[in-house]
Design a protein around this ligand. Structure first.
Ligand code: ADP
Ligand code: MG
Length: 752
């Protein structure tokens, strides 16, 4: 059944408005209704100029204090400068014209005392924030502000401020919504939340909530409506996850119980050969996994653990249990470098248990198994061999990247899939690989990105989770220091420290944000539609113009090779654009100590394990997120020697960027950092960072603050799915879930 919400915007509005709204990704009336206000301007007080951030697209409510027009000094044209105030702070607005006359209209309208809404991207010019060519609406001027009634509405009611874009400022969105809302009925916007649930939760009807959200009489009303929409988001998501869990629970899997004690087995031999004792956490999680593998229902488990907490050993023990039981295990890594390293690590851990010879299918003695590596860059012959080993079952363990997902890869009897560093894999990829077994293989997903519980519940809600919280004893810890980029005394000392580490037989990573020095640095989108052509891009408002460019791998490696402190030290390079064999050799030359300093991009971020690496220098550290810095830092201090991490940046004290670096210097606790990260980011980023491809439809839900609400929604959703597993009794819910999956899939395809 189609409803008003499905109506295309081209039909509801004139072409220009529809096109402009389209730029915000809005195609239907339903989309428009779902474009929620970012916040509400309090009509009494003017909005806060003091809090504007450079690069932000903003709308402010302000009054003109002064306006001047003058000819440009060095070029043709005229410049109009307007100073506006919100009562506390001032902001300057700049307009350019080909000549004075072209600014005449602005001059006439922007007179001192004029009050209105101004929209633009905050830029920086000579250290002062400003808006260049903002759009504006003045009170008493625009069509919808010319009646007493409209003015009154503006003057007494909260003003919804929408995420806007060039060409479609906030108040135009508001106007478009007014048109739709005026005639909106309950039937126009079907409710995915079943009536019983809504009533039990005390939620207003959907149409009423939308009206309150977009046109509230009071802030309280708006917040009540927002709560309702949040619940709906959480509920739809949790219902989808509950369905998924229910489906999985009904799937069959092959039970892979451990061999009885006393019988020869790879797992027993492996345990006996381990040079260290398992931590308590490793043992407990291991038992949990062992029990699940022994069940005829597929395991779906997320294993999270600090970098260096020893997840690989846990995974390998699970794989060996499966191999002992006659099955195969696949290990999926996010990059070729990591896959190759995993294969190496597994072979090294297995020692004599990783054998080249034993044929699967012959009488199993538990003596050994083969670890095959299958990546996209293998030569034809090696590839054929690896494929054969996977298909024949000769390889008990197959390690690879996405290439393992390709249809040509067959397994004799795939019993367990281990995915390392989950955040690089989408739900769909997990499914593709699982579909390779005759019945569902067991699934173990590992991540070192600490995931707060509610995020896990939201994003990975179809997986059970276990955590390794302790790091094996005997690690000496990491010291982290923030180094100001411009200070030569500090930078000299940095390289002297790197030298000391190398002289002591250790290794150092140097990480840069980009590869080539002449690569474009990312600048904020510019909004120069009205600016005459003679103004070049670096003109006023060009964000980032005052920042030095990001350091690049190829430039830094040259610099380091000529630094006296590092004389005589071989310096390697590693980045994503190198062919796989060169990457391989760079890694192994670093690992062996032949080239003990490695300048690289963030390719070393995940999983790379060189125990002798003790130092890491990260350039432009303020450009990385906390969790990424945490991942990077986890590459050092993995052995018994203390680690050192130097965060080089020109972040100014007092900025959020500086706060992030400061947090990094104060703790190495990944969970603390993850929570801090959440506080410092906006919610959208949080879900984006979880990178699972099922996040696009969450608009209002705040995964940390809304923990209680998510729990409630989950309980309600589980009940509903239990009552009607295929949701035939709740068609609107089923439709909402389908719409969400489509959206996720789209997003996933775009990213892939
Ligand atoms: P991660 O969880 O980051 O994947 P790894 O599995 O790579 O961690 O383990 C990091 C290092 O710690 C490896 O060199 C591994 O051999 C070692 N290790 C694992 N478990 C233990 C343990 N119980 N005692 C001592 N060292 C261990
Ligand atoms: Mg690992």
């Amino acid at each position: 059944m189609t409803t008003r919400a499905d109506e295309r915007l081209e039909r509801a509005f004139d072409k220009r408005t529809a096109t402009a709204l389209g730029k915000l990704g809005l195609a239907t009336v339903g989309d428009l209704l779902g474009h929620y206000p970012r916040r509400y301007a309090d009509p009494g007080a003017l909005s806060d100029i003091a809090a504007l951030q450079v690069g932000e697209h903003v709308t402010i409510l302000a009054r003109v204090e002064q306006a001047t027009v003058r000819p440009m000094r060095n070029r043709k044209g005229a410049l109009m400068e307007v100073v506006v105030t919100d009562g506390k702070s001032r902001l300057s607005l700049t307009f350019f014209g080909k000549h004075r006359g072209s600014l005449y209209n602005h001059e006439k309208r922007l007179v001192p005392g004029a009050k209105g809404l101004f929209t633009g991207t905050v830029g920086l010019y000579r250290g002062t924030r400003q808006l260049t060519h903002p759009d504006f609406t003045l009170m008493g001027e625009e069509s919808d502000l010319d009646s007493d009634e409209a003015l009154l509405e503006h003057a007494t009611k909260p003003i919804p401020i929408y995420p806007a874009a060039a060409g479609i400022p906030s108040w135009k969105i508001q106007g478009a919504l007014r048109v739709v809302l005026d005639t909106l009925t309950d039937d126009d916007v079907p409710d995915p939340v079943p009536d019983e649930v809504g009533q039990r939760q005390g939620l207003p009807a959907r149409a009423a909530a939308l009206r309150s959200l977009h046109r509230p009489a009071t802030l309280e009303e708006a917040y009540r409506a927002r709560h309702r929409m949040r619940f709906e988001e959480a509920f739809v998501l949790q219902a989808a996850l509950a369905q998924r869990r229910a489906r999985t629970a009904a799937e069959d899997a092959t039970a892979r119980p451990p061999l009885p004690a006393g019988k020869p087995s790879l797992l027993a031999d492996f345990d006996a050969s381990l040079p260290f004792v398992l931590t308590d956490g490793q043992r407990e999680v291991g038992e949990e996994i062992a029990a699940e593998l022994a069940s005829p229902r597929p395991m779906h488990r997320l294993l999270q653990g600090e970098v260096g907490s020893g997840k690989t050993v846990v995974a390998l023990r699970a794989m060996l249990q499966v191999v002992d039981a006659g099955g195969q295990a696949a290990l999926l890594a996010p990059t070729e470098v990591l896959a190759a390293q995993h294969a190496r690590t597994l072979r090294a851990l297995l020692g004599r248990l990783a054998d080249a010879g034993t044929l699967f299918g012959a009488e199993r003695t538990g003596a050994s198994t083969r670890v095959a590596l299958l990546t996209g860059s293998l030569g034809a012959k090696a590839r054929k061999e690896a494929l054969l080993q996977a298909a024949s079952g000769e390889a008990g363990i197959v390690v690879g990247t996405h290439a393992l997902l390709s249809e040509q890869v067959q397994f004799a009897d795939l019993g367990l899939v281990v995915v390392d560093e989950q955040h690089r894999f989408g739900v769909e990829q997990r499914d593709a690989l699982r579909a390779k077994g005759r019945v569902s293989p067991h699934l173990l997903v590992m991540t070192a990105t600490p995931i707060p519980r509610t995020v896990a519940m939201t994003v990975f809600g179809d997986l059970e989770t276990s955590s390794l919280t302790e790091v094996p004893a005997g690690r000496a810890g990491i010291t982290t220091v923030a180094v100001p980029a411009g200070n030569t005394r500090w930078t000299d000392r940095t390289w002297a420290r790197v030298r000391e580490e190398v002289d002591a037989g250790r290794r150092a990573y140097v990480v840069c944000a980009r590869i080539h020095p002449d690569e474009e640095t990312k600048t904020a989108a510019k909004d120069f539609d009205d600016v005459p052509e003679f103004l070049d891009q670096a003109g006023p408002g060009a964000e980032g113009a005052e920042r030095p460019p990001l350091r690049a791998v190829l430039e830094v490696v040259e610099e380091l090779r000529s630094r006296p402190e590092l004389a005589g030290i071989e310096i390697g390079v590693l980045h994503g654009q190198m062919p796989p064999d060169q990457k391989e050799s760079a890694m192994s030359r670093f690992a062996s100590g032949e080239a003990p300093v490695l300048v690289s991009t963030t390719v070393v971020e995940v999983g790379v394990d060189v125990p002798e690496a003790t130092a890491m220098v990260i350039f432009d550290a303020d450009r990385f997120g906390i969790s990424q810095l945490h991942q990077l830092r986890g590459r050092v201090g993995r052995g018994t020697d203390p680690g050192l991490c130097l965060l080089v940046s020109d972040a100014e004290p007092g900025t959020p960027a500086f706060a992030r670096l400061e947090a990094m210097t104060q703790t190495t606790d990944g969970f603390k950092l993850a929570n801090l990260d959440l506080e410092l980011r906006s919610e959208g980023d949080v879900l984006g960072a979880a990178q699972s491809g099922r996040t696009s439809s969450l608009r209002l839900l705040r995964v940390v603050k809304d923990a209680g609400l998510i729990e409630e929604a989950r309980t309600a959703a589980v009940d509903v799915v239990r009552a009607s597993p295929d949701l035939t009794e709740f068609p609107e819910l089923a439709k909402a879930i389908r719409a969400q999956l489509d959206e996720d899939q789209e997003e996933f395809l775009e990213r892939a």
